[in-house]
Design a protein around this ligand. Structure first.
Ligand code: HEC
Ligand code: HEC
Length: 271
């Protein structure tokens, strides 16, 4: 039994989960399948997910996230805004033009002089069309983010954390390590120091972001990575930040930097 490191969460909350992690995998899942989701010490949430959840992710027909990919595909060719254009008018087929693009976000935008995430990039594209940017967590923004990201499915996370993006990466790292909330906890305490232990009924993964937007069974919906950040902040009774806040964008860049090389899994399925 592991020690409880947070009195408020009680000793029963964290337990050694070697039994869960080492339990025999379903017959179709070999260690080499899982090796795809591991780069050195870096492991995708896929590795911590149960075999049925992994199977749901792997099968396009069962994966509920596929619905958002389909919606995104419809939106890609839908004309909207004062310029009378669709995404497709300028970019043609997403399978070609967007291949690998999602894996490079968050990214430094030279015109704006700051790092932006994929949702913000899509907002700028909407403005380019003379259309109103979609709201955060709207079905449309989730669908387009998922659709663009899915064009990089299986490709390695490939963000730049050097040069003009470096300061933002460092800001994200500082945020990740800072304690906050009534429970006075950092992201790192759960996802690094207590990685692989049980928190209530959930195995703590490394908190990687390569699968987002993610379909969460507990949400019964697809959600952005920032929705997850907000929920993790709320778990320790910290005030969640607004969607698109610079701190969350920096956090996204930091985590993508840590998870560099992991395959893009969008849309992943998690508990
Ligand atoms: C009027 C033409 C036009 C339309 C319409 C348009 N885009 Fe773009 N888009 C561009 C251009 C040009 C660039 C490259 C601009 C740059 O480098 O700053 C770009 C860049 C992008 C990028 C970033 C590529 C990268 O390598 O970082 C993404 C993602 C993107 N567009 C998605 C979309 C989506 C999604 C839509 C529809 C909602 C859309 N675009 C509509 C012209 C367009
Ligand atoms: C009290 C413990 C706790 C803290 C503190 C915490 N999280 Fe989490 N987080 C969880 C749990 C539980 C889950 C769901 C199981 C898992 O993947 O670890 C989760 C999941 C995640 C995931 C999804 C992983 C995936 O594969 O889908 C990300 C990303 C994440 N957390 C990031 C963060 C960030 C960033 C912070 C700090 C702002 C943070 N977490 C703080 C408990 C915590």
């Amino acid at each position: 039994m592991a020690r409880a490191f947070v009195p408020a969460l009680t000793a029963t909350v964290f337990m050694c989960v070697a039994a869960v992690v080492l339990a025999p995998l379903v017959r179709s899942q070999t260690q080499s399948d899982l090796a795809k989701y591991t780069v050195g010490k870096v492991k995708s949430g896929y590795v911590y997910a149960t075999p049925p959840t992994r199977a749901m992710e792997d099968d396009d027909f069962q994966n509920p996230g596929s619905l958002w990919v389909d919606k995104g595909k419809t939106l890609w060719s839908a004309v909207d805004g004062s310029a009378g254009k669709s995404c497709q008018s300028c970019h043609n087929a997403a399978a070609t033009s967007m291949r690998g693009v999602g894996a490079t976000y968050p990214k430094f935008d030279a015109k704006l002089g700051r790092v932006i995430d994929l949702e913000q990039r899509i907002g700028l594209e909407r403005q380019r069309m003379g259309a109103v940017p979609w709201e955060w967590e709207s079905d449309q923004l989730l669908a387009m983010t998922t659709y663009v990201k899915a064009q990089s499915h299986g490709m390695p996370v490939n963000v730049s954390i050097d040069g003009p993006a470096h300061a933002t990466y460092e800001e994200g790292k500082a945020f990740y390590q800072a304690r906050r909330g009534q429970l006075d906890m950092s992201c790192q305490q759960c996802h690094v120091q207590n990685n692989n232990r049980l928190l209530r009924t959930e195995v703590l993964s490394q908190g990687q972001t390569n699968g987002f937007p993610t379909y969460r069974l507990s949400w019964q919906a697809l959600g952005s990575v920032q929705r997850r950040f907000r929920e993790c902040n709320e778990q320790i009774r910290a005030e969640p930040l607004a969607y698109g806040s610079p701190q969350y964008v920096a956090l996204e860049l930091y985590l993508a930097g840590v998870g560099k090389g992991l395959p893009i899994e969008t849309p992943s399925v998690r508990k």
